[in-house]
Write a protein that binds this ligand. Structure first.
Ligand code: WTA
Length: 654
């Protein structure tokens, strides 16, 4: 990593906004001063851009940190804000979703149509006994029904837990059980890389294999017909989406819920093997999701075509596919497939076809396009693009420059947006039209957001210094807790620094001499693979669950395309070797992890070794394994119990 950091700090290019862009931009420089003068008044003004059934009189209640309440005495309906109010304002005919399926099928869905669908689905859920505070799991491909499902759950004051369609039955089960979901909304299957990838069988499996003492909370499964693949059916439990939605009453009045009503749970990897159910609530979350979507992307809902390529299974899909864009009445592209099916220019073809003006994606995608060369995007007319966004991991200056030149025609400002599942919405980003951008730097906390780089004690490092990223004041879209585990919430995020109310993000960062932020990646045992968070502990526990494995250690090694890659070191049981040949075992273990967690967690490399480097107290020194995985000279081994072990491992890896 260090060579990359040095490289980043040699970066001196700066790209100021054009005067035309600056003059017409949504966000003006005065926003910073406005937020600094009176933070509460600033956020209250942003919140008032939403419709409140009952206006709030309180802004922030931070009397019992780290448990915050925002706009607590106000009441709103999140779905009403994303749907009905646009229809009532006369914009029912505006297209909300320009959907394209992987095989090339299309649907254009207006705000009026989406509202009608969500009303019926809300009635379906109510009819199934789903009420205020109940949990609904959503396990769907990127189809309009996914967005409709989230909104229908929100509309009745229930809580959704979207599980990424690429997760295995095991991962789905643990999420369904942790949240105690009453209903699962899924599909027969979805299209992926030219064929139907089934989803329903994973739901069947997740609901069938009950572990010891695990009670089945799910009463109904709603199945969208998408893939057309054969599915098994459990009578009295499974229903087709199209049947029940068509049969449901069309009318549904959105009821008001308190601002702090839970909206969703989204699971994310932490430093232990058990994913954390990050809890978000309604008023503050929607305020910041819509404010950032408008200001960071310079949104004009009447003329822009927005496209965020994230799956709704990740937080980016929650905030910048479903809630931010729809709360702002935007028109957006929703795409089911992968970037290279059926041809490597599919994304650019979509941009050309729909005239996408604002494009938001991840550095890993940009780097893989870079690899296949600019000739591919150059075949398409990308001149509609006027703002580019990046999210999920640090973007290296080369990728940033390529993005700007090849996709942005050398003019579109790039917003490198830093945030997390826990923050709910963008926290650090340039403002297009205001900020002179620097390749590789996320630059500035947004107006209304307080962030600093601090040392281990929480003291500011100041310009030119490096340390840990801390959020120093509560923000509206902040997580409200970890589902069912308030202790873990406090411990993980709020007890790192001495200072009360300082949030530990888990990221390293540096401030340059201008005071701009450069994010340097995770400082804990969380890897970032293709912009997805994976925990070393979770993959290790999947590996040791295999009959062959005695011990396993996993590290994130830097990778040219995916940012980091999962590399595993495994000690095989003697008893297993007595009965089996080790031939093909590494490959088998890779597949095993894919089945246990999901294909994104599949290790790039599995090395079978005889020993792992441990300290005298038995702690695995992952730093040394990372050196091996990255092909570097192995670092200081003096604290190892057996200093010879690294040369043995290095030899075995070669
Ligand atoms: C990383 C994704 C550098 C970071 C929205 C963070 C970034 C984790 C950036 C959260 C960025 C996200 N620059 N690093 N612009 N954006 N990260 O929860 O390590 O999936 O802690 O949320 O991604 O990942 P998550």
């Amino acid at each position: 990593m260090s060579s990359q950091i040095d490289h980043v700090f040699d970066e001196t290019r700066v790209f100021p906004p054009s005067p035309e862009f600056a003059a017409a931009a949504v966000a003006q420089p005065g926003l910073y001063a406005e937020a600094a003068t009176d933070r509460d008044a600033f956020w209250a003004a942003q919140a008032r851009a939403l419709h409140w059934h009952t206006p709030f009189t309180e802004v922030l209640d931070w009397t019992t940190p780290p448990f915050a309440k925002w706009f607590a005495d106000g009441e709103l309906n999140v779905a009403y804000n994303c749907l009905d109010r646009h229809v009532e304002a006369g914009n029912g005919d505006r297209v909300a979703l320009l959907w394209e399926g992987e095989p090339g099928d299309e649907r254009r869905i207006t705000y009026a149509e989406l509202t009608a669908e969500v009303k019926r689905l809300a009635n379906v859920l109510t009819g199934m006994g789903v009420g205020h505070g109940d949990r609904v799991a959503i396990y769907l491909p990127m189809i309009p029904e996914a967005v409709a499902s989230m909104l229908a759950v929100a509309r009745i004051g229930a809580i959704h837990s979207v599980v990424f369609g690429g997760f295995s039955a095991d991962s789905l089960r643990s999420r369904i059980d942790d949240a105690g979901a009453k209903v699962v909304i899924t599909a027969d299957g979805g299209y992926r890389k030219g064929k139907v990838s089934p989803l329903k069988p994973a739901v069947d499996q997740a609901l069938a294999d009950r572990g010891e003492g695990a009670q089945l909370t799910v009463e109904h499964v709603i199945v969208v017909q998408r893939g057309g693949n054969e599915v098994e059916w459990t009578e009295d439990r499974d229903v087709w989406y199209h049947d029940v939605v068509a049969a449901a009453p069309a009318e549904h009045e959105a009821q008001a819920f308190p601002a702090e009503n839970p909206l969703f749970i989204l699971y994310t990897s932490g430093t232990t093997g058990k994913p954390k159910g990050i809890l978000h609530t309604s008023g503050g979350y929607l305020t910041q999701a819509s404010y950032t979507h408008r200001n960071v992307f310079d949104l004009n809902p009447e003329t822009d075509v927005f496209w965020c390529t994230a799956d709704i299974g990740w937080v980016t899909g929650h905030s910048y596919v479903t809630y931010g864009p729809l709360a702002n009445g935007a028109t957006q592209v929703l795409f089911e497939g992968t970037p290279d099916t059926p041809h490597p220019g599919r994304w650019w073809e979509i941009i050309q076809k729909y005239g996408v003006t604002i494009f938001y994606t991840a550095p890993t995608a940009i780097r893989s396009f870079m690899k296949s060369g600019r000739a591919i995007p150059n075949q398409f007319d990308l001149s509609s693009i006027r703002v580019l966004g990046s999210v999920g991991e640090p973007i290296n200056p080369e990728a940033w420059m390529w993005y700007r030149e090849v996709i942005g025609g050398n003019t579109a400002p790039i917003v490198d947006t830093w945030w997390q599942t826990e923050t709910g919405a963008i926290m650090i980003s340039p403002l297009p039209g205001v900020t002179a951008t620097k390749p590789g730097s996320a630059q500035t906390p947004l107006p209304g957001i307080s962030i600093d780089v601090v040392d281990d004690d929480g003291n500011e490092v100041g310009s030119g210094g490096g340390g840990l990223l801390a959020i120093t004041k509560p923000w509206p879209a902040m997580l409200r807790g970890i589902w069912g585990d308030p202790e873990r919430y406090k411990e993980t995020y709020w007890e790192k620094f001495e200072k009360e109310g300082y949030y530990f993000a888990g990221d390293g960062a540096r401030l340059d001499d201008d005071g701009d932020l450069w994010l340097l990646g995770r400082v804990d045992d969380v890897m970032n693979v293709s912009g997805h968070r994976l925990s070393t502990a979770e993959i290790e526990s999947a590996l040791v669950a295999h009959e062959a494995t005695a011990e396993a250690a996993v590290v994130g090694a830097s990778d040219e395309t995916t940012g980091q890659a999962v590399v595993a070191f495994v000690i095989v049981k003697e008893s297993y070797l007595a009965a089996h040949s080790p031939e093909g075992l590494a490959q088998q273990l890779r597949g095993w992890v894919g089945e246990q967690i999901g294909p994104i967690a599949r290790p790039r490399d599995v090395y079978i070794v005889n020993e792992l480097p441990k300290t005298r107290s038995g702690k695995i020194m992952r730093r040394l394994l990372r050196d091996v995985a990255e092909g570097r000279e192995v670092g200081d081994t003096t604290t190892l119990a057996d200093t010879a072990v690294m040369s043995v491992i290095s030899a075995q890896v070669k």
